[in-house]
Design a protein around this ligand. Structure first.
Ligand code: AMP
Length: 230
């Protein structure tokens, strides 16, 4: 599936896979800057839809608040439209999608139907449940949808307490990072998303990365892996 036959067909097509709190958003920023890829994060797109009060947002909100997945058809339609846009012709970075086997199948169908380049690499950020709970309870995010920077009160605080380094907005805790919802999101991940690891391993595109450690340590591992795919 990876490289070879698709030479000359544009840059990298990368999927970021991992439990909530594994560091997908943080690593996505680094990968997108390094490889100049459009960053397609379904969680960010859905949160923006909720904030804007669109029909998709109104439908998604109830699921998101409970830590459950938004129905496949909603996110599949968002991603199918987005990766067919012109700026994705030279590669893309999918963050938080696919999250279920039907979503992965739909992505394969979209790639085939629109004659897009296949996935080059699925970066799987592997982490224990204990580390996830620790990380998510300390996570704070910038609510400015144009920015979306992430921090951690313990390990990655902003320079001025409570204020986003990049845009100066007051940072907040996401509603779904509260303990009960985190527990539900982890259960959902185990039940619905973890099967994708084996699927992509069998397809020969999985790069398993140890996601514990500092963001810099993890990104070194990620960039080394992607450098060898490029
Ligand atoms: P995230 O920011 O990736 O942690 O996503 C936040 C929430 O948005 C998730 O808990 C889900 O409710 C929803 N969501 C994001 N991506 C997807 C997806 N691919 N499929 C279904 N729901 C999603």
């Amino acid at each position: 599936m990876a490289s070879g036959s698709d030479e000359g067909m544009g840059g990298l097509n990368v999927v970021l896979l991992g439990a909530p709190g594994a560091g997908k958003g943080t690593q996505a920023q680094l990968i997108k800057d390094r490889f100049d890829l459009p960053h397609i994060a379904t969680g960010d797109i859905l949160r923006a839809a909720v904030a804007a009060g669109t029909e998709v947002g109104l439908r998604a909100k109830a699921y998101m608040d409970k830590g459950e997945l938004v129905p496949d058809e909603v996110v599949v339609a968002i991603v199918a439209d987005r990766i067919a846009e012109d700026d994705c012709a030279d590669g893309w970075l999918l963050d938080g999608f696919p999250r279920t086997v039907p979503q992965a199948e739909a992505l394969d169908r979209t790639i085939a139907e629109k004659s897009l380049k296949p996935i080059d690499c699925v970066v799987y950020l592997s982490i224990t449940a204990e580390a996830v709970v620790e990380r998510l309870s300390g996570r704070r995010v910038c609510p400015n949808t144009e920015c979306g920077a992430a921090y951690n009160v313990e390990t990655m605080p902003p320079k001025a307490e409570g204020i986003c380094d990049r845009c100066g907005t007051g940072i907040i805790q996401r509603d779904d990072d509260k303990p009960d919802t985190v527990r539900q999101r982890l259960e959902t991940y185990e039940k619905r998303t973890s099967a994708l690891v084996a699927r992509y391993r069998d397809a020969g595109v999985l790069a398993e990365i140890q996601a514990e450690g500092t963001p810099e340590e993890v990104s070194e591992r990620v960039l080394a892996e992607l450098g060898s795919v490029e």
